[in-house]
Design a binder for this molecule. Structure first.
Ligand code: NAD
Ligand code: AHE
Ligand code: ZN
Length: 380
């Protein structure tokens, strides 16, 4: 019978108030798994929630959702993973129940099985597994993952079991940003050979879009950012042209992209990877007349809404969005890891910084704010 574990965690006590403290992690209940977190990468969404901009953000909580971990204990009824298995936690679960129309459909990964409790920062039975060692008070979970802790508890249906030979310091990247960018291209937008593509925002997500678009055979790939430090990597991954949208003078980014497009009528597939609603509008409005698809990946702050003239949709453009690139966590993450191991999907270039220990995540945050960090991987 598993016992409570005392360990270190980085707790978000309030807006931008992140501190390393001792916590107690309760044993997993039925249908749950307790894991030892081995490697953690920092995603922009963790910073977004820490900043107070997330309408679902709760404090105190343990953030983090891009990790590689090893199963330490399993709760009653857990059959798909065993102690010692290597897993990537997923914020989009996959219950695989016969009655789940979402899991049964190849069209989506949006399994809703535990979404309501996940959004309340709780495990599926409406309680938390985390308490603060100093006073026994409750700490909330985050995105069903909470990986900024040496140990965390996950729902079994959120665990992607991966090849135990995989390097968890790399596999963690498949927990969010890299998978999301690739999947947005391959699953959500289904970019075709010879297509034109425009990517707004060249963090790890946008660069993964470029990598995915190159693999899909896109002919024109425009990489747009306001930080020119991102352009070298964008070119290495397949961008055919980089544009600094802050330096266009009187011209708008939409008119520039439409002019440069191979048909003169816009870009076949556009992607917002910034979370800025004005950029999302631009991404839609430069997409191709008749068939352009604009995929929203970026997460916008509470209260921010998108708008455009309906005419911009009437003329055949589609506005769409993706969560985790449409990948089904338990089926697809292990396959991405296999591709990485086989050398057909290189992700090494995303790891720009490495840190150690739970407090290393504080250094990772500083690095992300520095503007030249894609993913900082912290080893626990
Ligand atoms: P990041 O902060 O590393 O990258 C964002 C990039 O956007 C930066 O390079 C920045 O310079 C650039 N940018 C800022 N303002 C811009 C502008 N006006 N025009 C063009 N570029 C601009 O973030 P990331 O980790 O790559 O994540 C990108 C977004 O995707 C975030 O909003 C994140 O929350 C979201 N996200 C969504 C999903 C999903 O499933 N939908 C998954 C992962 C991340
Ligand atoms: N709580 C936020 C939701 C933010 C959001 O859309 N999250 C993305 C993942 S970002 C990963 O870095 C997502 O997949 N959403 C689907 C879901 O079920 O949460 C808000 O704005 O309310
Ligand atoms: Zn993320």
């Amino acid at each position: 019978m598993a016992q409570p574990i005392e360990c270190k965690a980085l707790v978000a006590f309030g807006v931008n108030d992140l501190r390393e403290v001792e916590i107690i992690v309760a044993p997993p209940k039925a249908g749950e798994v307790r894991v030892k977190v081995v490697a953690n990468a920092l995603c922009h969404t963790d910073i977004y929630t820490l900043s107070g901009a997330d309408p679902e953000g709760l404090f105190p909580s343990i953030l983090g959702h891009e990790a590689g971990a090893i199963v330490e204990a399993i709760g009653e009824g857990v059959t798909s993973v065993a102690v010692g298995d290597h897993v990537v936690p997923g914020y989009t679960p996959q219950c695989k129940e016969a009655s789940c129309i979402f899991c049964a459909s190849p069209k989506t990964n949006m399994c809703p099985k535990i979404r309501s409790t996940q959004g309340k920062g709780l495990m599926p039975d409406n309680t938390s597994r985390f308490t603060l060692k100093s006073d026994g008070s409750t700490i909330f979970h985050f995105m069903g993952c909470s990986t900024f802790a040496e140990y965390t508890v996950l729902a079994e249906i959120s665990c992607a079991k991966i090849n135990p030979e995989a390097d968890l310091k790399k596999a963690c990247l498949f927990g969010c940003g890299v998978s999301t960018g690739l999947g947005a291209v391959w699953n959500t937008s289904k970019v075709e050979k010879d297509a034109s593509v425009a990517v707004f925002g060249l963090g790890a997500v946008g660069l993964a879009v470029i990598q995915g678009a190159k693999e899909a055979g896109a002919k024109q790939i425009f990489a747009v950012d306001i930080n020119p430090k991102k352009f070298d990597m964008a070119k290495q991954l397949g961008a055919t042209e980089c544009i600094n949208s802050a330096e266009l003078g009187d011209k708008s980014i939409t008119s520039v992209l439409i002019e440069k497009s191979q048909t003169g009528w816009g870009i076949d597939n556009t992607f917002d990877c910034t979370g800025i609603t004005a950029v999302m509008r631009n991404a839609l409005e430069c997409s191709h007349r008749g068939w352009g698809k604009c995929c929203i990946i970026g997460v916008a702050a509470s209260g921010h809404e998108i708008s455009t003239r309906p005419f911009n949709l009437i003329i055949g453009r589609q506005w769409m969005g993706t969560a985790f690139g449409g990948f089904k966590t338990r089926d697809d993450v292990p396959k991405l890891v296999e591709r990485q191991m086989a050398g057909t999907l290189n992700i090494d270039h995303f790891i720009t910084h490495n840190f150690k220990g739970v407090a290393g995540t504080l250094e990772a945050i500083e690095a992300l704010h520095g503007g030249d960090c894609l993913r900082a991987v912290v080893e626990y």
